[in-house]
Design a protein around this ligand. Sequence first.
Ligand code: ADP
Ligand code: GLC
Length: 467
Amino acid sequence: MNIIHVSAECYPIAKVGGLADVVGALPKYQNQLGVRSSVIMPFYDNKFTKSNSFTNTYAAKLQLGDTTYNYKILTLDNNTLGFDLFLVDVPELLFKDYVYSFDDTDRFLAFQIAVLDWILQLKEKPTIVHCHDHHTGLIPFMMPHSHDYDKLKDIPTVLTIHNAQYQGWFSHDNVYKIPPFDFDKVGLLDWSHTINPLAAAIKCAWKVTTVSPSYMEELKTAANGLESLLSHESAKCIGILNGIDTNVWNPETDDFIIKTYTEKTIESGRKANKKWLCDEFDLDAEKPLFAFIGRLVGEKGADLLPQIFEEALQKYDISILLLGSGSEDIQNHLRSLEDKYIGNYSAFIGYDEKLSHIIYAGADFLLMPSRVEPCGLNQMYALRYGTVPIVNKIGGLKDTVVDITENGFGICHEEVSVKSVVKAIERAIEFYKDTQNFKKNRKLISQIDHSWNASAKQYITLYESLI
Ligand code: ADP
Ligand code: GLC
């Protein structure tokens, strides 16, 4: 079996969020399980591409509407990723210092055309083409319906929906940019009078997965307009919980953290990481440390964070540290609190992979008041490092965190409101004060197995059902 994952992100090459972590880990685990699994993604202008060397393995031209672009397929030299990596270099469109921006329609359409043109000339065709999110959502349509790809029509496609909020909509005025197909099939591309790549992929992919079983269920009633489509296609849909890459996310070997630790040395190791964080951000290491890491958007409940933090800081003697970036408004609001709560609160606005690891290793609690969370990886990283997650009970959070009142190990709340999150913080403080149990719980959560082993096997079973 030879699987090609097609994605806009892949850790460590280019990461915006969890999609990168998944695509950087799942193929590695699949290779370990004896399935050849590789990744094809755009060649961006970023730190990774600047600091590595690549070999040009193929060059051709692609047609995007009236415009012709030269492109190359590059491979990574000295590849130690654990899977083969192919990069699509379309200098004018993809080689940018960002992953997503205003011009995504042309960029990702060109990417998908290049991927299929390249597959077309491969001697050994993939057994399955596995597409991730809407940026690759036209592939399941083009393979069976665009005349150019007639030879690929019998290759099964799988779509994984990491987030149904974003669908890649574009106007019918641009439909001519999709390689020619029988126009009576245009309905497959359409949803509510717009070209909708995610909807097209849901209709055309042989199987559709989402990144947790609960999210799959939730999509039937909340999918940003695609509810009826997902209900209609439910027979080919399945929720498979993401895993985490336990080689990258391993407190015993993690190069990013201040002090590594094992199950036995968890207390001293975590103490060193917490101390570093508190020194660096002017916080008191004696108080329970609550953290947030993530995109500052409504989906993550980030709009409520300023109010949650204010109320919690006024009521309780705690420290709060935030790492995130996103909406300007939220960023400004979060920054403005710093002067008011000197010594108790700090916000690092930006993206910092190293700092995120130290926070997982040093904070006592991780807040995730997400309104939508298809899976969420942060809570699983937190658990592995011994940090207690405080989560809203939805999507993947519901599938991975059990409340302490239900013989569990985390703190769950039932809705996203200032009141319920502050109440959850209060329960967390009580738990923290129960030192012996709190420490016991730390050890316990760090041993929960969320590695990809089980889920990678589930994907393989799914592939096998298609061939
Ligand atoms: P999403 O993909 O919706 O953003 P996930 O929980 O699946 O959410 O994954 C988020 C990933 O991005 C995690 O690896 C998390 O540590 C990382 N991350 C998010 N924001 C930041 C940030 N500001 N700095 C460093 N890492 C971040
Ligand atoms: C998306 C989701 C997140 C999930 C990630 C990886 O970004 O928002 O919940 O963990 O994809 O599948």
